[in-house]
Design a protein around this ligand. Structure first.
Ligand code: CP
Length: 304
């Protein structure tokens, strides 16, 4: 084990260790206030070349809570804006003894590329293009495991832009690895995945897809991808056909968990009343995300 780039590079044992470790950082569903100094003497660089609130803030807070030095670079504050190659950026930071590199970038393949430049530092993928968001998938699994200890009989529905969602791609990988056999991918036709994977079924009708679902994960819709489509010409059409509302809850399991990786477009993919309602685990996902990232940083630091 070295870099954390995608779910399929990991095994169940590694992910289970992260999940078990993360629960030690929580008390009554909140991050414990105890001081953890597992990362003392290490430096964590957050390199976010795409926008982020949750992932970036949680990695930074997680690193600081465990005693690491942190630095944050984004596209506007780094020399990449002046044309510096990613290779030179990484090698420059490694020359300053940065140990862990948390990277978000719009370019597919960037994490594998950075991994080839690192001499001793380790990389954590914090969201790569449309293909991979492994730490989100681990926190999504953790959130479900707080409610359901057995996953094999669960019906999990992902709703939204499946074709371009790195969250959906990594969630499908992790849910399949942990034995979920009924994964429903609910989306307009033009946003369906290119291939239908084992254990997944594509639906273009929300009511059919969420029928008796135990978990519904609403995904962020990227406006540029559906505004020009004839079937779904605007946000209201999307909300009318695929928005998760109180009437969706009536079709799902009575104890359905509602999740969303954020950032949410309220009134587009989810109604206010569902986002803030009693079935919603969305705020809890954020807290769990920080515990998961603390566990990941601690685990990877043991390989340095
Ligand atoms: N879920 C997620 O990746 O959110 P951010 O873009 O705010 O990090």
């Amino acid at each position: 084990m070295s870099h954390l780039i995608r779910i399929r590079d990991l095994d169940k044992e590694f992910i289970s260790t992260i999940i078990s470790e993360a629960s030690h950082f929580l008390k009554n569903n909140k991050i414990k206030v105890d001081s953890h100094k597992e990362l003392e003497g290490l430096t964590v660089a957050n390199l976010f070349f795409e926008p982020s609130t949750r992932t970036r803030a949680s990695f930074e807070l997680a690193a600081k809570k465990m005693g690491a030095h942190t630095i944050n670079l984004d596209i506007n504050t780094s020399s990449r804006k002046k044309g510096e190659s990613i290779k030179d950026t990484i090698q420059t930071l490694e020359a300053m003894n940065v140990n862990l590199f948390v990277v978000r970038d719009a370019n597919q393949g960037i994490c594998d590329e950075i991994a080839t430049y690192l001499r001793s530092g380790l990389l954590i993928n914090a969201g790569e293009s449309t293909v991979s968001h492994p730490t989100q998938a681990i926190l999504d699994l953790f959130t479900i495991l707080q409610v359901h200890q057995k996953l094999n009989n669960l019906k999990i529905a992902l709703v939204g832009d499946i074709a371009h969602s790195r969250v959906a791609a990594s969630d499908i990988e992790i849910f399949t690895m942990f034995g979920v056999k009924d994964i429903r991918l609910i989306c307009p036709k033009h946003l369906q995945p290119k291939e239908v994977l084992p254990n997944t079924k594509v639906f273009h009708n929300l009511a059919e897809g969420i029928s008796k679902a135990d978990v519904i994960i609403a995904l962020r819709i990227q406006k540029e991808r559906f505004m020009s489509n004839e079937e779904i010409p605007d946000e209201k059409s999307y909300f009318d056909q695929f928005g998760i509302t109180e009437s969706s809850l009536a079709l799902a399991s009575p104890q359905v968990m509602i999740m969303h990786p954020g950032p949410m477009n309220r009134g587009v993919e989810i109604s206010d009343s569902v986002a803030d309602g009693s079935h919603s685990h969305i705020v809890r996902q954020v807290t769990y995300g920080m515990a998961i990232r603390m566990a990941i940083l601690k685990k990877l630091s043991s390989f340095l």
